[in-house]
Design a protein. Structure first.
Length: 402
């Protein structure tokens, strides 16, 4: 049987061959840190929705842990009785891609938001020494387990149970902040805890799937930088150490107005316009599917907390048209169509052409190619924990020609 060292080397080779793992320092970390210590068990959701557990006693556990796959490591039960993911070990290829993008130097002090299993904190501690690594998670049991695992390997980064939106001010300033959960907006508290010229790498997602990783540079008066070219998705930041509430999506589609479209089967089929369209949405968007056809669900539905909703048929008719229904105060589907039109007009830019500027007033500006070329601007309420990252409703769009 291949020991874990061979498997870790195999993982490093795979990531290097893909071009993800590039520097000798991160290769050494991937080869030296035993991921299996951080993932003593993981969960896989079956077809019927139930979760099955694989642990160290089970065949295939060790090899599964050294595959380039994300592994769900903690579940919690919602008020509705659903079992949902609250922590996972990130796909190693994504973790390494982020660490490489973070451009870490030997003397840097790094804060991680989202300790989870502790695996990434271990990679960072191998690279920098535990005294330069800080990591927080909202899950107290997660932090305890991570601390034990790290200590077992002789690594002692500073871990804390905290709401990551507040950072870790008592240990600031940092040279880098890396978040391994997604946020609706970037808390200004992080900017205050990063040295000028330092970097913040975070997955910004106003709604599920709507956003991407962005690498922001700390300037005196702002955070500013570009989205990473490849899309990635992290689980959303939670406000408390429990399962997040599942947002409800509209049930009754009979009351809405009717129209048709030639756009894609779901508004989130193209992730860039889906992100840009969030600027027109009155609050966080929840989505799901309704009905069934022989070829999958009948409707893709989405809605916002003010009661606005839209549904689009996933199957086109003979003319290539899909039915659309909309209800509530804001016509969400129209906003998606308008954003698509603008996006097509600018030549269908991908993530590599988009950037973000965040200012101390909490305003988020998404720009095309250059910071002056603002596409959408959004305001964030900068308020006391636990909701500093919630976006206010007055999120408005502006189109510039660039
Ligand atoms: C994808 S996991 C992190 C993976 C981790 N970096 C690792 O190497 O295993 C996301 C983590 O973010 C944490 N999280 C969610 N909301 C948070 C919050 N408000 N503050 C800090 N951590 C949070 C979750 O508890 C979860 O452990």
């Amino acid at each position: 049987m291949t020991g874990w060292r061979g498997l870790a080397r195999g993982l490093a080779d795979e990531l290097a061959a893909e071009g993800v793992l590039r520097s000798p320092e991160w290769r050494a970390a991937v080869e030296a840190i035993p991921r299996h210590v951080f993932v003593p068990r993981f969960y896989v959701q079956r077809q019927d929705g139930r979760w099955s557990e694989t642990s160290a006693e089970d065949d295939g556990w060790l090899t599964a842990v050294y595959r380039d796959e994300p592994l769900v490591t903690a579940l919690a039960t919602t008020a509705d009785g659903d079992r949902v993911t609250v922590s996972s070990s990130t796909k190693p290829g994504l973790m390494v891609r982020m660490l490489e993008a973070l451009d870490v130097r030997d003397e840097h002090r790094v804060l991680e938001i989202g300790t989870g299993t502790g695996y990434n904190a271990a990679l960072l501690s191998h690279r920098l020494g535990g005294e330069r690594v800080f990591s927080v998670d909202i899950g107290a049991a997660l932090v305890d387990a991570a601390r034990d695992r790290l200590a077992g390997l002789g690594l002692a980064p500073t871990l804390a149970v905290a709401h990551g939106a507040g950072g870790l001010p008592e240990h600031a300033p940092f040279d880098r902040i890396i978040a391994t959960c997604s946020l609706r907006a970037v808390p200004w508290a992080w900017a205050e805890q990063v040295r000028e010229g330092g970097l913040v790498l975070v997955d910004v997602k106003p709604s599920t799937h709507a956003g991407n990783l962005v690498l922001l540079v700390r300037h005196a008066d702002r955070l500013e930088g570009r989205f990473l070219p490849r899309w990635a998705g992290f689980m959303a930041m939670r406000d408390a150490d429990r399962a997040p509430e599942t947002a409800r999506v509209v049930e009754d589609l009979s009351t809405g107005s009717r129209s048709s479209t030639r756009l894609e089967p779901t508004p989130w089929s193209s992730l860039v316009p889906w992100f840009l369209a969030q600027a027109r949405m009155p609050g966080e968007v929840a989505f799901g599917y309704r009905g069934a056809t022989g070829r999958g669900p009948e409707w893709a539905v989405f809605g916002t907390p003010d009661g606005s909703w839209s549904a689009v048929g996933t199957q086109p008719d003979g003319n290539g048209e899909r039915e659309v229904r909309q209800g509530g105060p804001v016509r969400l589907w129209d906003a998606v169509e308008e954003t698509h039109r603008a996006w097509r007009g600018f030549g269908r830019p991908n993530w590599d052409r988009l950037g973000l500027t965040v200012t101390p007033d909490g305003r988020h500006r998404v720009w095309l190619d250059e910071p002056g070329n603002v596409w959408v601007a959004a305001e964030t309420r900068q308020q006391v924990l636990p909701e500093p990252h919630r976006r206010a409703f007055n999120y408005y769009p502006r189109h510039h020609h660039g």
